[in-house]
Write a protein that binds this ligand. Structure first.
Ligand code: HEC
Ligand code: HEC
Length: 214
């Protein structure tokens, strides 16, 4: 009985938090969608040369790849960053051997299965996902040109051994990648939608997966 009450109460509080977080009056700094937006893959059909179209498609997808929501987990230093200015993670945090934090202080001690709203003034939610962890060193994107990132993403030695089809699947379907469009209250989502992003990556692959100049 007591446990059930606690569960119901927690649910009600979480719901209230979510409603609060969505209330426009309370969250002037966090629009539900990114004002930058994303062009559709179809809108690149007018570029006749496949290689030029491929590069243009990846450049558009780069608005997502180089958004703070992705970059914060793909740093060069072995430590996550936070916010739109990519400031060091507060409290100080390191990747640890697994990318899931040092022994005794894993990412999961704070980041749970899903975003959790808070009642703080500065921090409106704690991000969460079942796979929360830092991307491996060879997948570092911060401070690199889009061309360099493109080369890494294509290369099985630096992309987790994935084929281009698997890269497309990861970009279009992966739940942790999808967090970028569902980042929790107080954070601006990545531009467009994950589906649109997936279509850009598919069209990029279909046109030869050409990279912008590094
Ligand atoms: C919470 C941290 C986190 C966030 C946020 C995150 N990633 Fe990752 N990413 C990882 C981890 C960890 C891996 C390695 C795991 C794997 O290979 O499956 C990875 C691997 C990848 C890979 C495959 C390897 C490569 O570099 O080619 C791609 C592509 C990728 N992420 C795309 C994205 C995109 C796009 C976003 C933003 C929309 C994003 N990630 C946001 C943690 C994150
Ligand atoms: C002691 C608690 C704690 C631990 C442990 C922790 N985090 Fe965090 N993390 C937070 C809090 C709280 C926030 C939200 C801060 C904010 O939005 O200003 C956050 C935010 C982040 C963000 C920023 C997301 C964005 O786009 O702004 C990333 C990335 C991140 N954490 C990655 C990690 C990774 C990877 C680990 C493990 C290696 C980790 N964190 C361990 C508490 C923690």
């Amino acid at each position: 009985m007591r446990a059930a009450t606690v569960v119901i109460l927690a649910g009600a509080l979480a719901a209230a938090g979510a409603v609060m977080a969505n209330g426009a009056a309370n969250t002037p700094a966090a629009p539900a969608s990114n004002p930058v937006g994303l062009k559709t893959a179809a809108s690149f059909q007018s570029i006749k040369d496949p290689a030029a179209r491929s590069i243009a498609l990846f450049t558009e997808a780069g608005k997502v790849i180089q958004s703070p929501r992705c970059l914060n987990c793909h740093p060069v230093q072995r430590a996550p960053t936070q916010g739109d200015d990519l400031h060091p993670h507060n409290p100080p945090m390191i990747a640890g051997d697994s990318g899931h934090g040092p022994a005794g202080m894993p990412c999961f001690s704070c980041h749970t299965q899903a975003n959790v709203p808070t009642w703080g003034q500065d921090i409106k939610s704690i991000p969460g996902d079942p796979k929360w962890g830092l991307a491996p060193a060879e997948m570092a994107w911060q401070g690199k040109s889009l061309g360099a990132i493109c080369g890494q993403i294509k290369n099985p030695a630096t992309n987790g051994g994935r084929s281009l089809a698997e890269i497309h699947h990861h970009m279009a379907e992966d739940h942790l990648v999808g967090w970028g469009w569902n980042p929790g209250a107080g954070r601006v989502p990545a531009p467009g939608t994950q589906a649109q992003f997936g279509e850009l990556i598919k069209a990029w692959i279909d046109t030869g997966a050409k990279c912008p100049k590094a």
